[in-house]
Write a protein that binds this ligand. Structure first.
Ligand SMILES: Nc1ncnc2c1ncn2[C@@H]1O[C@H](COP(=O)(O)OP(=O)(O)O)[C@@H](O)[C@H]1O
Ligand SMILES: Nc1ccn([C@H]2C[C@H](O)[C@@H](COP(=O)(O)OP(=O)(O)O)O2)c(=O)n1
Length: 232
């Protein structure tokens, strides 16, 4: 049975994770949150005191190759994430760990070390993969590619609301500044920079609801599926 891969790339707060999760449930597909892998590597590097300049590249490469991580899918409660047996599900979602992830993500050999782990998520009947380079580098042959974006202000506003709903005090100015720093680093790095694949559907969700985006994506994916299975 062939594996139908749907990729969703885009900047922080564009709605990738939310939409990827909904699409995976809609189609009964597996789900790869590639950002979680970078967040785990960033956190592990921080815990091992390996984020100090000058970087100890061999030690970071060893860490990336031997990263002990587990994704435990739980009924209706999302996915529990373990690093070296410790539950880090909530910890890796902080903006601090997002920044650590973005720092390790500029290093080509570390991206290479995570490449095969990501490809291994592609199992029948299909996969929804979200991140920064899913459509450009990790799954370049995916039949359905989406690039989700939104204005920096809309994305920062969503993050503030998300954090406030979790009981965390968040200031829009600080969140907006962090997000713009991370966007710049992710878009300007030389290896696998954040950009739409040439064959991606680009959607700006600044003034769209989650349900409106979901409907657009399902219509698009269904049309791509027809094209893919009917083509010779
Ligand atoms: N179109 C949208 N309109 C309003 N809020 C949204 C929209 N898309 C996502 N969100 C909300 O924005 C926050 C960030 O979304 P998330 O899926 O985590 O983004 P990403 O994975 O791209 O960083 C979440 O609280 C989510 O519910
Ligand atoms: N495929 C990926 C996924 C994430 N990254 C890096 C760059 C991002 O700033 C960090 C965190 O990614 P993540 O998708 O978890 O972040 P957001 O939820 O979009 O804020 O990891 C990457 O370089 N390539």
């Amino acid at each position: 049975m062939s594996v139908f891969v749907i990729t969703i790339d885009g900047p922080s707060g564009s709605g990738k994770g939310t939409l990827a999760g909904k699409l995976a449930r809609h189609y009964g597909y597996h789900f790869l949150d590639s950002g979680a892998l970078y967040r785990l590597l960033g956190l592990a590097a921080y815990q091992a005191d390996l984020l100090q300049e000058p970087l100890n590249l061999p030690a970071l490469e060893h860490l990336a190759a031997s990263l002990d991580i587990q994704f435990i899918v739980q009924d209706n409660q999302g996915t529990q994430i373990l690093l070296n047996g410790q539950d880090v599900t909530d910890q890796i979602r902080t903006e601090e760990v997002g920044s650590m992830a973005s720092k390790v993500a500029v290093i080509p050999s570390l991206r290479e070390a995570l490449f095969k782990r990501q490809r291994d998520f592609a199992r029948a009947p299909g996969l929804v993969a979200d991140g920064r380079d899913m459509g450009t580098v990790v799954f370049p042959d995916a039949p359905a590619k989406i690039y989700l974006t939104a204005s920096a202000e809309a994305r920062a506003g969503r993050r503030v609301k998300q954090l406030q709903d979790m009981g965390v005090d968040a200031k829009i100015d600080a969140i907006l500044a962090d997000l713009q720093t991370r966007d710049k680093r992710d878009m300007e790095r030389t290896v696998a920079p954040l950009k739409p694949a040439h064959d991606a559907l680009v959607i700006d969700s600044s003034v769209l609801t989650i349900d409106q985006v979901l409907k657009t994506l399902i219509d698009y994916i269904d049309s791509r599926y027809q094209t893919t299975v009917n083509s010779p």
